[in-house]
Design a protein around this ligand. Sequence first.
Ligand code: SF4
Length: 483
Amino acid sequence: MERSPAGQKMASVYIETFGCQMNEADSRYVADRARSLGYAIATSAEAADVVVLNTCTVRDNAERRAYGRMNHFNALKRRDSKVRLVVMGCLAEQDRDRMQRLAPHVDAVFGTRELRRLADKLAEWEPDFARTPREGADDDIRDNMLPFALGGTADAVQDAFSHLRAFVTVQRGCSYYCTFCIVPHVRGRFDHRPATAIIEEVRERIHQGAREVMLVGQTVNAWHDAASGADFGNLCSTVGRLDGLERLTFISPHPKDFTEKIVGDLAGVAALNPRVHLPLQSASDAVLRRMNRKYTLAQFHEKVELIRRHLPHCAITTDLIVGFPGETESDFRATLEYVRSGVFANAFTFIYSMRRGTPAARWEQVSRADALERFERLIEAQNAVTRAYHDRKLGHVTRALIIGDSKKDPDKLSAKTTDNVTLVAAKPLGYSAEAYAQTPWLDIEIEHAHVWGCSGRVVGRSERFNGPTVTAGRTIVNLMAAI
Ligand code: SF4
């Protein structure tokens, strides 16, 4: 339990996040607002006065998991009626009425455009919790189900390293209406944030210690500033010149919005991470048309070539959907062949998930058995390409930004390279989270390649991405100078 300087118990909030980087960015906004209102950020739901569940509805299982989690959290309210449960995010936007029926114990529901109202509610509740220690909050009583977050995580808002990666929202909503996607229905049409507000927030995050800034939007490269006419290339160029910025990345672009001018601008940003996520979804033109993706495979491939021309060392990653309504075996084979050609360093592969209210939900569905069988073939094909990509890192020393403890083994550390590959290494002797948060760039010698990433050993660490490698405060080699 955290206490204020006067020794009083502080109100606390626990935030669990499902879904995409947009949700992570929203959770961090809520955490920042909660902190400024005097709340502590709790590391477990059991210790919190307010539990916030930030939900996703992009796939059916995300929705089911969110409802499951709401029911688990009801145990906390049964134990202490003062605890408040809040649901925010896309499911909250879509299911407000249904949620009140299915989970009547939820105290408040805030849609994706109501974050300010959520912060107001926290301000209203705060006096109820402060100075009134909650009975049982410090004891060891646990609902056995609660520690197992079903995919959600509180890491994004409360761990020792979360401030190193800043998510800065540049745009909300989407106006493209892909026929499988719920986003325009729950987050609304494009709403581009003014450049001045974005730049101010990036500066603030750098000041708070961010080593990597991720610009986040549903169709991030469609961003433009109504006042100045600046496009996404201009924005990245400006952000890239900000004092103290170490690395810049962005997610998620739409292939159609990459112009020669934008990609050329990106090539001029020295801090840009060498990875572009370019969601393909399917390599069949017939499926792409039904998906309303606004490009053919040939047009998509032109964008791949454009990126390769301007950013030759850039890894391209993608999203793929199998089993979209009407997908035939030959449609699927087009995707399989394109993947086998080795275009993508990695891919997020999904079985099509029917979303209420979208056009594709009304169309004839591919059988589950066919979708599953295609999914497995696609995973196998992409895994071979991904593994080959990781194999190329063997024997090299790679600089990667620390994430924290490996989820599978607390004796190991996990980090991400600038091309978004997960690295895992044993914690060096004398490891402490505080010291590593100060020197968060790890130089890891890659010893093994896997499908999920690479493993190796930490041979040094650095305060800055372009800084010299130091260990225990002593310079051992200037890795970056050697590149
Ligand atoms: S571009 Fe398509 S998939 Fe992406 S958010 Fe917009 S509607 Fe959804």
